[in-house]
Design a protein around this ligand. Structure first.
Ligand code: AMP
Ligand code: MG
Length: 492
């Protein structure tokens, strides 16, 4: 059998000395592979067969460092629920290294739950199985739903029992893949220390890695800010169109690449509700579903602050003015991305002035009727074809949705798109299967008790969220009555 080798090319370790602490994972009693993402491994150009083994489990547990790895804990800061912590960093994670995937893209392989580091503060550096599998299943679902996201490469258990709030739980590590782990908080770390030259190095590294078209240009730091703004605007619009609530949009959980990162207390809404909050620690609703666009802008303003010295070192007023202009365009960038996504969801090929209002009117009807967001949108391909019953059935009181459906029909009658292609196109953006909270919860509880079958099945179903398959009806339903208000906990 071939040896579990990973062809690393570690630019972060090589080029950014002082931005991290070289570190090793903790040794653990019994690394065991729980789920290995062979397709992703192949996409990364790795030897999937050699890694889907005990040797692979030891590597992805952080127990053994593979040849060529230069594992390190990254330094970063962050605003958590609005309050600034100048030093967070990888307290229970390691960047194992980078590989070049089969498309030529650089990807980080990172371990979460691999033991204490110099950034651990009071924490134990560990992760437990439930949250590791939650990140696995939801991250992979988001990818299948077409959302930029970190990916799950492997979930392993360590053989330890880790003490958590509700008793001991199986220790686990998630190996995840990201186009990088650069965060808004990474910039904040060096800005807070007044290390302008390191910030410049970091910004140039981020540009080379994610926005190479800006490299070497005079206005590149302002350009970087604008580019991150646009990626984040598109990302948040995609979340909103799927009913995704991240739950902990701290600046250390916002990437420079525009990928979703850190699936802790995240959840999907069932009934449409802009005020939906699931996280146990978000008492104020700061990160409620409907607040996410404003929070993204707030986070981008924190990124902007870190770049002022680079934007104009000689005139801080001018730097503030330029950066503000970029950030103030976030609502417009978001609105554009949201409207584009809305037209796809409604099957509108053309553009009319009133499209936004049409979409907002649907959301208002859904809010009044507490209708299931995912199911309503999925039903619209039938409504567009003149069969509104599936949509109507999702509302108790139908007067408002009937009026909306009439307005929708009138709009469709003016649309230049072909009715024949419309339904299929809509069904490619309005999922039938999403990671329903009650399904995720049941799968994780089973897994923690030792039965992985529901988790495996959920991952498999969610790998193709847009195609209706016989026998999967239960995965397409909303929360059962009695599931009650759902609370999520930070991934510890
Ligand atoms: P998160 O909420 O996962 O985004 O983490 C926020 C910060 O807390 C990061 O610096 C983490 O590394 C750190 N952290 C979270 N859980 C632990 C833990 N069990 N041990 C050490 N550090 C942790
Ligand atoms: Mg985090």
């Amino acid at each position: 059998m071939s040896i579990a080798r990973i062809p690393f090319d570690n630019t972060y370790a090589r080029e950014l000395e002082g931005f991290y602490v070289p570190w090793k994972g903790a040794e653990v009693p019994a690394p065991k592979m729980i789920r290995f993402n062979g397709a992703l491994a192949e996409e990364l150009g790795l030897d999937a067969a050699a890694l889907a083994t005990e040797a692979g489990a030891a590597i992805f547990a952080g127990h053994t460092a593979p040849e060529g790895a230069s594992p390190l804990a990254m330094a970063y800061a962050g605003h958590q629920f609005g309050g600034f912590s100048p030093q967070l960093g990888d307290g229970r994670a390691l960047l194992l290294g980078e590989v070049i995937d089969t498309k030529g893209e650089r990807r980080d392989i990172h371990l979460k739950g691999s033991g204490r580091t110099p950034f651990s503060r009071g924490g134990d550096g560990k992760a437990v199985l439930g949250p590791v599998l939650r990140e696995y299943v939801i991250g992979e679902a988001m990818h299948a739903l077409g959302v930029p996201t970190t990916r799950a490469l492997a979930a392993v258990t360590t053989g330890e029992r880790i003490l958590r709030q509700d008793g001991p739980a199986p220790g686990a590590v998630l190996a995840r893949v990201a186009s990088s782990h650069l965060r808004v908080g990474t910039f904040q770390y060096f800005a807070a220390r007044g290390e302008t030259e390191r910030l410049r190095q970091l910004a140039d590294y981020a540009i080379a890695r994610h926005y190479p078209e800006l490299a070497g240009q005079d206005g590149r730091y302002l350009g970087l800010l604008g580019a991150v703004r646009d990626r984040q605007a598109a990302l948040i619009a995609a979340w909103m169109h799927l009913g995704f609530v991240h739950g902990v949009m701290n600046t250390d959980n916002m990437t420079i690449s525009g990928e979703t990162i850190d699936y802790g207390p995240c959840a999907f809404i069932d009934a449409y509700d802009p005020a939906a909050v699931f996280s146990s620690i978000d008492a104020q609703g700061r990160y409620a579903y409907g607040n996410q666009p404003q929070i993204a802008q707030w986070n981008l303003a924190r990124l902007a602050e870190t770049l002022l010295d680079l934007i104009n070192p000689d005139d801080s007023d001018d730097a503030v003015r330029q950066a503000s202009e970029v950030i103030n365009l976030f609502p417009l960038a978001y609105e554009r991305a949201w409207l584009k996504g809305l037209r796809l969801k409604l099957g509108l090929a053309g553009e009319e002035e009133g499209d936004r209002e049409l979409g907002e009117a649907l959301l208002a009807v859904m809010e009044t009727g507490a209708a299931d967001f995912t199911r309503v949108f999925r039903s619209l391909s039938k409504a567009a074809a003149g069969e509104g019953d599936a949509t109507r059935a999702l509302f108790g009181e139908t007067a408002q949705i009937d009026a909306w459906l009439a307005a929708y029909q009138a709009r469709l009658a003016r649309d230049p798109g072909s009715a024949a292609e419309r339904a299929a196109a809509m069904d490619r953006v309005n999922p039938v299967y999403i990671p329903r909270n009650h399904m995720v919860e049941a799968a994780l509880q089973s897994a923690t008790r030792g039965d992985l079958a529901p988790f495996e099945r959920l991952v498999d179903v969610l790998a193709d969220p847009f195609t209706v398959r016989a026998g999967l009806e239960v995965f397409a339903l909303g929360a059962p009555t009695g599931f009650g208000p759902y609370t999520t906990f930070c991934g510890t």
